[in-house]
Design a binder for this molecule. Sequence first.
Ligand code: FE
Ligand code: CA
Length: 527
Amino acid sequence: MALIRAAVYRGLSRRRLLAGAAAVVPLAYLSGCATEPAIPTGAAGPFALGVASGEPTPDGVVLWTRLAPDPINDGGMPDAPVEVAWTIARDEAFTQIVQRGTVTARPEDAHAVHVELTGLEPSRWYWYRFVAGGMASPVGRTRTAPVANAPIERLRFAFASCQQYEQGFFAAYRHMAADDLDLVLFLGDYIYETSWGGNHVRRHGTPEIFTLADYRNRYALYKTDPDLQAAHAAFPWATTWDDHEVSNDYASDRGEKLIGPAFLARRAAAYKAYWEHMPVRPALRPSGADLRLYRALDFGDLARITLLDDRQYRDHQPCHRPNLVGGSNFVSDAQCPDRRDPRLTLLGAVQEGWLETTLGGSRGKWNVLAQQTRMAQWDTEINGPGRRFWTDGWDGYPAARRRLLDFIAARKPANPLVIGGDVHGTYVTDLKPDFDGPRSPVVATEICGTSITSQAQAQADTLKRQAKNPHVKFADSATKGYLRVELGRRRATAELRGVADVRRSDSGIATTAGFVVEDGRAGAQRA
Ligand code: FE
Ligand code: CA
């Protein structure tokens, strides 16, 4: 037996911390290490980016890590493949190992590995770790989904989005890691490609990113955060992306500054780096500018969660700013009649059809639409008469929103709950096919979650806007943190978990608002 180094996380529970510190691996098990290129040992060893898991099914999960001893300077690995051993056990002390194996970390994938496991038991916690170069990773914990259609009493998940690294610390994740959750959903803006906003607490240290190397280093910078690592190590995640994983307000093949092949080259680099750094399925590895990320996860008979992609397939935003080649704008109806074009799509025709089929065939008591941005109509004009809409969200594509909400009204999937991010505030809304029609029925509930750190407009302006949008029952652009949701048989509850001070890594957290959605009745009430 050889004692090996094991990194531990600030923020993990003492129970789990002890498990990590006690990691001991037989030397004979370090497959092939004598013939392998030596891994430079940075301060945290090769596992400086931590571990993660995701995509839970009744019998499997994806395990992730990336070897990167010098994470923000191209990883620091030799230009050669490296064998990585993995182990998954039923207990934290790894006395009941259920599977083990090896996977090759390849330089062309930045030495990231994705291990897609099957053959696990449903509704069970597992613990996992990796070994490479004689060093063990931190211990991660993960959980499989329940048996398909099995009667499930509850599902607990957190959802988060928008973690601009410079605008705050990730204290919210330290608290999330201590929650009692089955799953974390991340809804976009995991990284930001540029510096923006003010009052920074830390720096990217590099300018706007364009190349694959740039995107890798940016993901690595974000993933060096110990609180983010702790939340990944505590639960399986399911992630989707928004614009900043590539570039601000992009739509399909068009950004604000680049269009066509030049933009698609950037998108290919960004999508590759996304796949390398997320606990998604190995088969999603992109070979060009395309990556099919939209999918559904089922949790017994209680929930079907659809994760949508609102970026890759959307039509270009109507009426972009004249000084840019694409992107969003704030427009009145008179300025931009094109916004009403019935042909516009946010999801693309294929994903729209898939979503209808997936919702139509759902047997889940709750149908969670996990997507990027606010779905509700949100008139932003507070400086004069008339209305003004932001075209990057669903307000840029009102016909597409109407198609989806009309479908929900007609097909009636059980308890549709739309969750989102992007707007850096919390907006709880009665979703109606026609937001201007007083008699239009409430057909779904929307809880658009806040940001982990990213800044938003002043709360005073948010409240003025809420007064113009009576379907929005709650609006808070000041509180940063995440949403914690429990789905049950009779109701769903959601809590806004707000950090006291996003500028402090040791910030406390509190539930600052709570909401209840009753089974069979769309729309949230304040708890
Ligand atoms: Fe954002
Ligand atoms: Ca966004």
